[in-house]
Design a protein around this ligand. Structure first.
Ligand SMILES: Cc1ncc(COP(=O)(O)O)c(C=O)c1O
Length: 393
């Protein structure tokens, strides 16, 4: 077909970058049957964890799964089990304030639809989760980044944040523990954000998918659920139960009572339009939650061991900067040797067959020489990947 005369695609895709060199090299490895050590792996189902296989499969076999009784917010029992999960963590929430979605990504997409007219803006943390950019663009919103200040332990740079707010800013995304810096939002930051939210009419959306994976005591027990300003909390089983394939996440709606009522009416219209969460997983959720400790303790043990390996790697490479993460599944390493990060990652993969993420993918300044690695890789592979980085340096 002559594409000149073909129907036009939407402008959303104007940002599509060309194929990157790292990706092409990986493709050529796959074709040639060449193995590599993947230090970016964050798919928990591929890192040798032991799942309660029979119990998971059994929980998905409920006869009620053969009937379709959709509730736009998600089935009541599933929402009640999420409320119990929060109760165990010391937060009393109502199942009436929960909306189920098939993923955190979908939750974000709903919230952008709820709050942004086309062309309005969302603010995303930098360094931060790269998917926010795509999610915003696909939902017709513009995005801008606000800086986290490395010299302050990745706290929000409020001067930068304030300079990025315009009269089109509608959402401020927060991630705690943050991917990939492993930093936690503090009570002081949250107090300042409250003032910004109230004065500038900006809604906070907090991603707490890694909140069960803390590696240090968190002195900031913030109540994100009972606020007198709009705060949405996003979470899901992708990380809580290390079951991303089950496709179940949720949004908790928090804020002033009258605003919440209006908000829930609109969210219900969005949810009712898609009804995207499958019945079997909703029915299985209360049972699946029972395996939370068994699954999380394996992930935490794995991360603990990998952090020890990383500490000893760090002590034999004092020129590599590394701040041990307070939470989450990732670690950041920085060194002038990693400059230019994309080229470094390419050469490392080509020569040592080790894959790391270039930091610029997460918004690290290019001159920071940052790479990002996953902490859930199998420890032997993690260790030999680091040894190969050593040899390469
Ligand atoms: C900060 C953050 N939020 C959400 C997700 C994934 O969520 P989901 O699989 O539910 O879309 C990830 C995945 O790595 C993440 O890093």
């Amino acid at each position: 077909m002559d594409l000149e005369n073909a129907p036009r695609f939407s402008d959303r895709f104007e940002f599509i970058p060309g194929e990157n060199d790292l990706y092409s090299l990986l493709e050529s490895f796959k074709k040639a049957g060449q193995d590599w050590i993947d230090l970016t792996i964050s798919n928990p189902t591929k890192v040798g964890l032991v799942y309660p296989r029979e119990a998971i499969l059994h929980s998905l076999e409920k006869p009620e799964s053969l009937e379709y009784d959709p509730d736009p917010k998600g089935t009541l029992n599933a929402r009640k089990s999420i409320a119990s999960y929060y109760k165990e963590k010391g937060h009393t929430i109502s199942e009436e304030d929960l909306f189920l979605t098939s993923s955190s990504s979908e939750a974000y997409s709903y919230l952008i639809k709820l709050l942004c007219n086309p062309g309005e803006e969302v603010l995303i943390p930098s360094p931060g989760y790269p998917l926010f950019e795509f999610l915003s663009l696909l939902d017709g919103a513009e995005f801008n980044s606000y800086k986290l200040d490395q010299s302050e332990g990745w706290k929000i740079d409020f001067e930068d944040l304030n300079s990025k707010i315009t009269n089109k800013t509608k959402i401020l995304f927060l991630v705690s523990p943050n991917n990939p810096t492993g930093s936690l939002l503090t009570s002081e930051e949250f107090e300042k954000l409250k003032v910004i939210s109230k004065t500038k009419k900006i809604t906070l959306v907090l991603d707490e998918v890694f909140s069960d994976y803390l590696h240090k005591e968190n002195p900031h027990q913030i109540d994100f659920f009972h606020t007198d300003f709009p705060v949405f909390v996003v979470n899901g089983v992708s990380k809580i139960l290390a079951l991303p394939q089950m496709k179940l996440s949720w949004i908790h709606v928090g804020g002033p009572t009258n605003w919440k009522k209006e908000c829930k009416e609109r969210l219900e219209i969005i949810s009712d339009t898609y009804l995207s969460v499958g019945t079997p997983i909703q029915l299985a959720l209360p049972e699946l939650f029972q395996w939370r400790n068994m699954i999380q303790s394996q992930v935490l043990r794995r991360i603990g061991r990998n952090l020890q390996v990383l500490e000893s790697f760090h002590s034999s490479h004092p020129n590599i900067a590394y701040i041990s993460p307070k939470g989450g599944w990732y670690a950041v390493l920085q060194s002038p040797s990693f400059l230019n990060d994309e080229e470094f990652s390419f050469r490392l993969l080509e020569k040592e067959k080790v894959l790391v993420h270039p930091g610029s993918m997460f918004g690290f300044e290019e001159d920071s020489g940052s790479i990002v690695i996953s902490l859930i890789s199998e420890t032997e592979l993690f260790q030999s990947g680091l040894e190969k980085i050593s040899a390469f340096l």
